[in-house]
Design a protein around this ligand. Sequence first.
Ligand SMILES: [Fe+2]
Length: 351
Amino acid sequence: MTDTIAQSSDLIRPSWWTGSPAVPADSYVVDAAEFLGSDGRVAVTDALAERMRSTFRDVGLVHVVNTGLTEHSDMRAIAKLVVDAEMAYRAGANPRGVLEPNVYEIGAPLEAWLHYHHEMAYVGTSTKMVAFLCKRELPGRGATFVSDNLQATDALMATEFGRKLARLGVCYRRDLTDREAFVGREPIGVYNHWQHSLATDDPAEAEARAQERGLQTSWGPDRVLQTRYYVSAFEHFPQLDRNVLYSSVADHAMWFDAWPLVEQLPPEQRPLWMTFGDDSDFTREELELFVDVYDRFGTPIDWRVGDVAVICNYRFAHGRPSIRLAAGEERELGVLLGEPFQRVGDVADRW
Ligand SMILES: [Fe+2]
C-alpha cells in the first residue's frame, strides 16, 4: 500500500493549461447561430464553409458551436467542409476515396488522462488534421484541451532538451499483444493486439504490414509483436514552411499512468516505451519539461452537444484530463481523421 501511494504521488501529471487560454476563443469559434436553417439546425452553405475554412487556415483550429445537431452523421458533414476542402487542395485527387466513411470512437477509457499528442505521430503515415464531434456533453468537466504547437515548439527549442530532441530524434517502441494469448484471461497490460492494430490474423502478414509502415519488427514471448520506429521528434509543416514539434510523452509508458488494467504494471512492462533516437532514456526532468511545454500553451474546448471542432495536427496537440462520470452522466465524442500524409520529419534550416 505504501508503495502504491509513493508511486502515484510520483507521477508526472499534466496541468493542461495555465488557467487562461493560450489562444483567444474569438479567433477560432464559429457561432452557427448565423447559419441556421428554418429547422433550427445549422445548414451547410457556402458562407459557413468559407468561414470555417478561413478560420482553419488562419488559426489551425475551428470550433463550431450552437449547431442544433444531435447526430454524428450530421456533425460529420459539417467537419467535412474543412476536411474535404483540405484534401482537395492538398491532394488534388478525389477526396471521398481517401476518407474512411466512418466516425470513430475515441478508443481510450474516460478514467485515463490523455497526454497532449499529435494524432498518429508514432507511424510513418500520419494525418493532417483530426475532427471531434460532440454527441454527449459534460459541461465543465469533459473538455478536450488543445496546445498551441507553434508556441510550444519555440519554447522547447529555447531549451537544451529541445535541441537534444532535434539532434537525436526519438524511437517509439510498441508491444502489440497476441489476441489468442488473452482468450479467457483478464487483459492486464493489453493496449492493442497486433491482430486488431494491423487488421490480420496472419503473423507474417502482420509483420509485413508493420514494416510497410516504416516499423522495425521482432517477435517476443507469447507472440508479442515488438515494433520500433525511429523518426524525428519534429515534422515540417508545409503551410508555414517550418518545423514543428511532433512528439510527446503520449508514446511513453507514462501514457498509461491512469489507464485501467495497465497502470498497475511497472513502466518497463507496459506496452509503450519511448526513448531518444540513440535508444537512451529520457530523464525525469526531461519528461517533466516535455509535459510542461505543452501545458503552458493549452486552451480548453468545453463541448456541448452538436459541437464540431477541426484541429490541425501540425499546429496543435490535443489531450484531455481524466473524466469520472457520476450516475446518469455521459460524455461522448466521435473522431474523424483527415488526409493521411507520409512523415518527412524535420527539414534542415527550417526552424
Ligand atoms: Fe488523439
